[in-house]
Design a protein around this ligand. Structure first.
Ligand code: PLP
Length: 417
């Protein structure tokens, strides 16, 4: 279909409408967050003009002295955020990946040969598309062995992961997920990887902000490589980073450029630097704790209303609701729930639950995350009210009369300008 919005004004109108949509709705998408104005400002800066292929001090273009300093600041701020001072010499930071997917692709390309074996969490159980799904380049290029969660408990089973590692001898093991509500035992993953002489990649895209804020154990010391997005719980601009052991640094750098990317987005790197600095402030730790407390409270509230939470609860910023085991909601699909809630002004995503019998575009579950709303100021005390809204919409298929109450509630929590 041809677009009706073919003028600068109409694009601006759309952006205004998108801004209003955010302010008028409750955002429970676990992967979204709101970066503040200081973090977003560099994205509109002149730094976006600069071509700077290469790395600080080794560029393929003139005029890079200033952006070199920006990139060095981002690298150091990233090390300061995640690596204890005495260990920083052991690590290398690459802040150039355009996205989490690009970071993962670059790691595989840098450390593996086509056909090598990767052991990772399957998408159907909460892993990421780029962890080897058949339709992703990762799945087409490497030999993939998946682990999952226990169908009954919804928990990772480390004995089973160890058994698979011993059996298949992967070159790379990936620890990390997009839809797993429990603490990931990176120490245990580290031992498993060591026992089979595999690299351990910790993909902390979802939980980076929780690690920075002290609410989830860090993979530092256990993982050889860490990849992450910068825009989820970390609350930065879109983008990603790779932190790795120093001896893997040149492989990783070469795999980003020239391996898989061209010129870095220097404006985005400046914004990442701001986000890494802000995540070191004490208020960020308070934010991370509040996100986890709010998620726990909302999961409890829904549980007491008959909702089945996968794994029985949450340790982090998100949880999955299994509708097929939720009292009175057994026949509702994830897709139907997502659509009903959106009509009422509550925005989230359908999500496959472990062992889902419905196809991926329908699903039997929904994913609920609190990072965005806590940035807007929602508190654990607001969760009973939020649970009531969700429950009323789902049980009574009630959208019209609640829409205004939900809008009023959403407007109490201001989206950062
Ligand atoms: C979101 C996510 C990614 C991909 O990030 P994009 O920036 O969307 O490419 C990779 N891994 C995990 C675990 C994620 O949750």
């Amino acid at each position: 279909m041809k677009s009706k919005f073919l003028s600068v004004e109409s694009i601006n109108t759309l952006l205004d409408a998108e801004s209003t949509r955010h302010q008028d709705t409750i955002n429970l998408i676990a992967s979204e967050n709101y970066a503040d104005a200081q973090t977003r400002a560099p994205l509109a800066s002149i730094a976006g003009t600069k071509y700077a292929e290469g790395y600080p001090g080794k560029r393929y273009y003139a005029g890079c002295a200033i952006v070199d300093e920006i990139e060095r600041a981002a690298q150091q701020a990233l090390l300061d955020l995640f690596v204890p001072e005495g260990q920083q010499d052991l690590y290398h930071a690459n802040v150039q990946p355009h996205a989490g997917s690009s970071a993962n692709l670059a790691v595989y390309n840098g450390l593996l040969k086509p056909g090598d074996t990767i052991l990772s969490m399957s998408l159907a159980h909460g892993g990421h598309l780029t962890h080897g799904h058949a339709i992703n380049l990762s799945g087409k290029t490497y030999t993939i062995v998946f682990y999952g969660v226990n169908g009954e408990t919804g928990l990772l089973e480390y004995e089973e992961i160890e058994r698979l590692a011993k059996l298949h001898r992967p070159k790379l093991i990936i620890a990390g997920a997009t839809a797993y509500s429990r603490t990931i035992d990176f120490a245990r993953f580290g031992l498993i990887a060591k026992s089979v002489d595999a690299f351990l990649l910790a993909d902390i895209a979802h939980i980076a902000g929780l690690i920075a804020g002290g609410c989830h154990p860090s993979p530092i010391g256990y993982a050889d490589i860490i990849t992450s997005t910068t825009h989820k719980t970390l609350r930065g601009p879109r983008g990603a980073f790779i932190l790795c052991k120093k001896d893997l640094g040149s492989k990783v750098d070469l795999s980003i450029m020239p391996g898989t990317q061209g010129g870095p987005f220097m404006h985005a790197i400046a914004a990442r630097a701001v986000a890494f600095l802000k995540a070191q402030e004490p208020v960020f730790a308070v934010y991370a704790r509040t996100v986890c407390a709010a998620a726990k409270k909302l999961a409890n509230e829904l549980q007491s209303r008959g909702y089945h939470i996968v794994s029985g609860g949450t340790d982090n910023h998100l949880f999955l609701v299994d509708l097929s085991k939720s009292t009175g909601l057994e026949s509702l699909s994830g897709k139907e729930a997502e659509m009903l809630l959106e009509k009422a002004g509550i925005v989230l995503n359908r999500n496959a639950i472990p062992g889902d019998t419905r196809p991926p575009l329908t699903t039997s579950g929904i994913r609920i995350g609190l990072p965005a709303m806590v940035t807007r100021g929602i508190q654990p005390e607001d969760m009973p009210q939020l649970a009531m809204f969700i429950d009323t919409v789902m049980r009574h298929r009630e959208t019209e009369h609640l829409r205004e109450d939900i809008r009023t509630f959403a407007r109490r929590f201001t989206v950062p300008a």
